[in-house]
Design a binder for this molecule. Structure first.
Ligand SMILES: CC(C)(COP(=O)(O)OP(=O)(O)OC[C@H]1O[C@@H](n2cnc3c(N)ncnc32)[C@H](O)[C@@H]1OP(=O)(O)O)[C@@H](O)C(=O)NCCC(=O)NCCS
Length: 393
């Protein structure tokens, strides 16, 4: 099918919303931010020869934290193709254009949540993790006074703390989004932020070291549930104190719904083995531009090494080449080389290594790497902690 791919004009955004609504079953009356231009958000449309919108994809404009550095990303959402046009290469054309445009604006990496991993695998993304959420019995949460932590109710002036404390946790991880820019910057009419009824701030010597923000939900019977949208702590004491606040709800909200935290103080406190109604949401990753993906992030300072490989990437041809990867002193560099490398790596294999969730040997078994050299040499690209994601987009 002959397609024209271009950004939607402001007037076309509502038509794009309706295409997405048909695919995902959204509300007929869209939330304002979904039908308005939002700085940093790029909505691409695919038009057929009669000018009809037959597909759309959104680059949401978040950034990602990698090794203490902010990396420009092209995180993807809302990919939808009209039912009659499916299977004809529309999504492929849209995402090829999205990647090319993202590269032009200096993006390095991309993440998305798939409804169908096979389609995105064929376009070079690979599953790199699963976001978990579930319910905890409020009565199972630890609650004891925590010396040195003062708790106070938060108000509208404390809303920025939700992002500031998240950031203090997220910047030490790999993969978490920055929660600034794009949809994150759309102001909310709700005084404490969207879906938040209560904020509690934990302070140590007057300095905020943790914050909790939740929606109260309805009722006080067995079904009543608190929905926790923010639970960030930079010390285990703050985490204990805030989880203790949740425990204090045991008489009127028997359960607490929350995303499972990753590798930080809150994770060290919650009894996750008691979680029920657990849901999982896989996420996939891909380099937009491999040179930037390596150069723009931080690497573990204790690692140094060098490996050559040939990278296969059909959708982003600027990545397909023979490369020399070197890592030293917390920095990485990818240099194009003329001589043919003995190892090859698919872009999906690159993504899995980059996210710290694969080894070279495992990728050979998966058919995502190969060659005559020892594939363990590729583990250099996989050094560092496994990446994670806490946001759905
Ligand atoms: C998923 C969807 C976006 C795919 O769009 P499309 O235009 O049909 O996809 P394309 O024809 O460009 O196919 C791209 C690749 O994905 C593969 N693919 C597409 N749909 C697939 C499916 N349902 N299952 C497995 N593979 C699929 C194609 O085979 C193709 O791979 P290939 O080139 O290696 O053969 C479309 O079916 C859709 O809108 N579905 C409903 C909404 C949805 O699920 N959106 C995705 C949100 S993450």
């Amino acid at each position: 099918m002959s397609l024209t791919i271009r950004p939607l004009t402001d007037d076309e955004i509502p038509t794009g919303y309706q295409l997405g609504r048909l695919a995902f079953g959204g509300p007929p009356e869209p939330p304002a931010q979904f039908v308005q231009p939002v700085p940093g958000v790029t909505r691409l449309g695919a038009f057929d020869t009669r000018g009809r919108l037959v597909g759309k994809a959104t680059d949401v404009g978040h950034e990602q934290w990698w090794g203490g550095r902010r990396v420009v990303a092209a995180d993807v959402a809302g990919v939808a193709v009209a039912p009659e046009a499916r299977g004809g290469g529309t999504a492929r054309a849209l995402l090829a254009r999205l990647l090319a445009d993202a590269r032009d604006r200096a993006a390095a990496v991309s993440a998305l949540h798939p409804t169908v991993s096979a389609a995105y695998r064929s376009l070079g993304w690979e599953v790199a993790g699963v976001m978990l959420a579930g319910s905890l019995d409020s009565a199972s949460l630890p609650s004891a006074p925590v010396p040195g932590i003062a708790l106070r109710p938060g108000g509208p002036d404390d809303v920025p703390l939700l992002t500031d404390l998240y950031e203090q946790v997220a910047r030490g991880t790999n993969g978490l989004v920055t929660r600034r820019g794009g949809m994150f910057d759309v102001p909310s009419d709700a005084p404490l932020g969207e879906d938040i009824d209560s904020i509690t701030v934990a302070e140590s010597d007057g300095i905020p070291v943790g914050v909790l923000g939740f929606g109260r939900g309805r009722g006080y019977g067995p079904e009543a549930k608190l929905e926790v949208h923010h639970l960030h702590a930079t010390t285990v004491e703050a985490a204990r104190a805030l989880v203790g606040v949740l425990a204090g709800w045991r008489t009127v909200t028997r359960s607490v719904q929350l995303s499972f935290p990753v590798a930080h103080a809150v994770a060290a406190v919650l009894p996750l083995e008691r979680a029920t109604d657990v849901t999982s949401q896989p996420w996939m990753h891909r380099p937009v531009d491999v040179v930037r993906a390596v150069a723009d992030r931080g690497w573990p300072s204790y690692v140094s090494g060098r490996v050559r490989f040939h990278l296969v990437d059909d959708l982003a041809p600027w990545n397909a080449a023979d490369w020399d990867l070197s890592i030293a002193d917390g920095r990485g560099e990818l240099t194009r080389v003329a001589a043919a490398a003995e190892l090859w790596l698919s872009v999906r294999g690159f993504a899995a290594l980059y996210c710290g969730v694969a080894t070279g040997a495992g990728l050979v078994q998966a058919g995502l790497a190969g060659g005559s050299d020892d594939p363990a040499a590729l583990d250099l690209l996989g050094c560092g902690p496994a990446a994670a994601l806490l946001d759905y987009f």
